[in-house]
Design a protein around this ligand. Structure first.
Ligand code: SAH
Ligand code: TRP
Length: 322
């Protein structure tokens, strides 16, 4: 269909090289780490969808409800002609916006690293919204915002799910400055952020009773096994997620159960693990309204509207350049 463009930003060979470099850097570091974008192969994207349905994982539920309650008001003001979405995944919350903006909306531009989920989502949306063109971009939102096509007018940039919170402070600011370059006055940025709250609620959200989050965390090792012929034994790494109050972030780690050596054939590397040694796989920063307003202001994206649910669990910021 010519209503669908599928833009892949990196060749498989380039992606393989970058993956090798990133895994190598993380495994030889004195504090081992892996980059969270590597969670999301086809299995990882499916596991993430399961996370969003867990009773403990309130952010998806609360953000969806909040968005549903404000979407008519939002769309009446913004009347978006096109929506660019970073880390679009299954675009399930996005559909609230797509439904409400049917009269003005011409184009949807999802950008995500996970080709499997973007592919199936784009097909579903094409048949559901016969007036809509979709320009899907498979790429890294930290690297490929410049590949987004020129605006056709009244652009809204969506960044939901508190995915911005998975970046550290420097990377967050860089990304917001890159976002600033793809919007003009009259456009807007919608940012979904998880808020600071009681530690118990935060920690339960990343330690669900069914072990789905643990499986998601360990899946990053399966991705390395598959792509770099490594022999990580997944059950030899314990999922550990806790709130670091000083830094306002959940940290996710994989903890080695005992002494072990992992062979990563594709890197010609043996990795030694001490008992209880950790691989840091992700952070999820938690925000306050003031912190969000400040970080947006630093990127020259003034906050124009702030929405939150009745319990102030989750926030949606609307920013617009002047
Ligand atoms: N927006 C959806 C999905 C959030 S999960 C929601 O709110 O439910 C995070 C999404 O961002 C996943 O689909 C993942 O594939 C994508 N992602 C993670 N890191 C990325 C990166 N560096 N560049 C592009 N997409 C990324
Ligand atoms: N942006 C989401 C968050 O920080 C991503 C996420 C949710 C996640 N649950 C997770 C990432 C579990 C890793 C593991 O909440």
């Amino acid at each position: 269909v010519d209503r669908l463009t599928f833009d892949v930003q990196v060749t498989n060979a380039q992606a393989a090289t970058i993956f090798m470099e990133d895994v190598h850097a993380g495994m030889v570091s004195s504090r081992k780490f892996l980059l969270p974008k590597y969670f999301y192969d086809a299995d990882g994207s499916e596991l993430f969808e399961k996370i969003t349905e867990l009773p403990e994982y309130y952010p998806s539920r609360v953000e969806t409800k909040l968005l549903a309650s404000i979407v008519d008001d939002l769309v009446a003001r913004i009347q978006p002609k096109e929506i660019v979405e970073l880390g679009s995944g299954s675009s399930s919350k996005t559909q609230l916006l797509l439904n409400a903006s049917q009269s003005s909306l011409k184009r949807y531009i999802p950008l995500d690293v996970s080709s499997s989920i973007v592919n199936s989502t784009a097909k579903r949306l094409l048949s559901k919204y016969p007036q809509l063109s979709i320009h899907a971009i498979i790429g890294d939102f930290e690297q490929h915002l410049a590949m987004i096509p020129p605006s056709i007018g009244r652009r809204t940039v969506l960044f939901l799910g508190s995915t911005l919170g998975n970046l550290n402070e420097t990377s967050r600011l860089n990304l917001l400055q890159e976002i600033r370059k793809i919007v003009v006055p009259g456009d807007c940025v919608l940012l979904g952020v998880d808020l600071v709250k009681e530690v118990r609620i935060l920690e339960e959200a990343y330690n669900d009773s069914q072990g789905v989050t643990a499986a998601f965390n360990r899946n990053i090792l399966a991705v390395i096994n598959k792509n770099l012929q490594a022999d990580f034994q997944l059950e030899m790494f314990r999922h550990n997620a806790f709130y670091n109050e000083e830094r306002s972030r959940i940290e996710m780690h994989l903890i080695s159960q005992g002494n072990q050596t992992v062979r990563i054939k594709g890197l010609n590397l043996d990795v030694l693990f001490r008992p209880e040694e950790s691989i840091w796989t992700e952070s999820s920063y938690k925000f306050t309204r003031d912190a969000v307003e400040n970080m947006l202001a630093h990127a020259d994206l003034p906050l124009v509207q702030w929405y939150t649910d009745s319990e102030a669990q989750f926030g949606i910021a609307v920013a617009s350049p002047e």
